[in-house]
Design a protein around this ligand. Structure first.
Ligand code: NAD
Length: 432
């Protein structure tokens, strides 16, 4: 099939490459000229394990193309995927849909024969209705169909998640589009993915509801971890004991820092905002958002406790600053709250991240990037393990840290309590 992905970010690039790898002709379009130039030279603008090899393979065999020419790309394709950003609005918590509507307004000029237009971006329920209205200003409804096909991939595992998804959700009542989409996804369905056809509005809501539920699970276990710290119970025991119940499941039940990233914070806010407009109070999700927003200050308070309230001039090292391991994505990482706040109190921050130095931290004074783990931790008073990269899982702290009085705050519970105790390391973790 001939596909066009509009927006070549995490979702557009990964799904475009994977679609080409299963035999389709794919054009990935973006209005960011530099990004497309880079991709044409074989350079990948994001960090995602396995992505570079797959891009190069499919670019070389010409099933994958990159372009900035929307008109040409739409004209040459039968199926158009919209994969642009839907960030939080500046003035309220709703989703900013300007990128989506800009695309709809532009492509309505380029539709001459039947096209299936699929929204893969995460959007509030009924956005598909709006896209349909915009396009029908210029094009007869017989010549297009608007489908919702939300994406559930996780950064860091994006390729695996795309090829082996639990489910593919396709929201459309249009029989022909449903048949074509089922055919497009048949290589994934034959590997075990469940194909779910719903109304367009239901598909839009499934995505927001799923993210809100996962954010709730994380927040639930984070709050229980706070409780465990007071009663000397190990939160890991609770996670295992609860997670083995198949009705609950163990994933997303590990205590840690506040959830972040490009999806959960914005999607929880957006679903609440949309429901409010329909006079429906999603009180559980509202309370999740509040609890998560408080979590970073709660963890900063713990840093103060660990350092006996003496933070000024203390050398604090962050291992990992992205919102989770195996990604370079800094969007809504809890570090963006914690680091400035500790700097304000006089701390001297050193950090190392396997995906390199971060622009977001460059402007903050007393924040320094180290190019390797050893130099990052060398003179630290406190080492904060913020993300769970494999690189951080077997560090010989006793040998590598020159400050005898150093402490560790392991926000991902990577290390064994007993091993740390045996080595006489002042070790603090989450909920245990
Ligand atoms: P992104 O910011 O990485 O990429 C969006 C891309 O769209 C950018 O490269 C931008 O230049 C491009 N773009 C914007 N307007 C354009 C236009 N008019 N023409 C061509 N290109 C245009 O965003 P993302 O992380 O890929 O997310 C895209 C959508 O998918 C969002 O709605 C997000 O919520 C959703 N989503 C993201 C993830 C994830 O893990 N990142 C997972 C599932 C769903």
């Amino acid at each position: 099939m001939k596909l066009c992905m509009i927006g070549t970010g995490y979702v557009g690039l990964v799904s475009g490459v994977c679609f080409s790898d299963i035999g389709n002709d794919v054009i990935c379009v973006d209005n960011d000229i530099k990004k497309i130039e880079k991709l044409k030279k074989g350079s990948i603008p994001i960090y995602e394990p396995g992505l570079q090899e797959l891009v190069l393979k499919n670019y070389r065999n010409k099933r994958l193309k990159f372009s900035t020419d929307l008109k040409d790309s739409v004209s040459k394709s039968d199926i158009i995927f919209i994969c642009v950003g839907t960030p939080t609005k500046k003035k309220d918590n709703g989703a900013d849909l300007s990128q989506i509507y800009n695309v709809a307004n532009e492509i309505k000029n380029y539709i001459k024969k039947f096209k299936i237009i699929i929204n893969k971006s995460t959007v509030p329920v009924m956005t598909g209705d709006e896209i349909e209205k915009i396009i029908s200003q210029k094009v007869s409804k017989k010549k297009f169909s608007i489908v919702s096909n939300p994406e559930f991939l996780r950064e860091g595992d994006a390729i695996r998640d795309f090829i082996y998804p639990d489910r593919v959700v396709v929201g459309t009542n249009h029989k022909k589009s449903n048949k074509i989409l089922k055919n497009l996804y048949s290589p994934l369905i034959s590997k075990g993915a469940k194909y779910v056809n719903t109304s367009r509005r239901a598909a839009e809501l499934i995505k927001y509801s799923s993210n809100a539920f996962l954010a709730t699970k994380i927040t639930f276990i984070n709050e229980l971890a706070n409780f465990c710290e007071k009663i000397e119970v190990n939160i890991e025991d609770i996670s295992i004991g609860m997670g083995l119940d198949k009705r609950i499941g163990g994933r997303f039940l590990r205590a840690g820092p506040a959830y972040g990233g490009s999806c959960f914070p914005k999607d929880t806010k957006a679903i609440v905002n949309t429901a409010d407009k329909f006079n429906t109070n999603l009180s559980i999700i509202k309370s999740v958002i509040k609890s998560n927003e408080k979590r970073s200050s709660l963890l900063i308070k713990r840093v103060f406790d660990i350092l006996n309230n003496q933070v000024k001039n203390k050398k604090i090292c962050f291992l990992g600053v992205t919102f989770k391991a195996n990604t370079d994505d800094m969007r809504d990482s809890s570090c963006l709250t914690m680091i400035p706040s500790l700097v304000k109190k006089g701390a001297l921050i050193n950090y190392y991240d396997p995906t390199g130095e971060k622009n977001e931290l460059k402007k903050i004074k007393n924040v320094n990037f180290s190019h390797d783990i050893n130099s990052a931790i060398k003179y630290s008073d406190l080492i904060i393990i913020h993300t769970e990269w494999n690189d951080f899982k077997s560090i010989n702290f006793k040998k590598k840290v020159l400050n005898k009085n150093f402490r560790i705050f392991d926000m991902r519970n990577i290390y064994s309590l007993t091993k740390m105790r045996d080595q006489k390391i002042k070790y603090f973790a989450i909920g245990r």
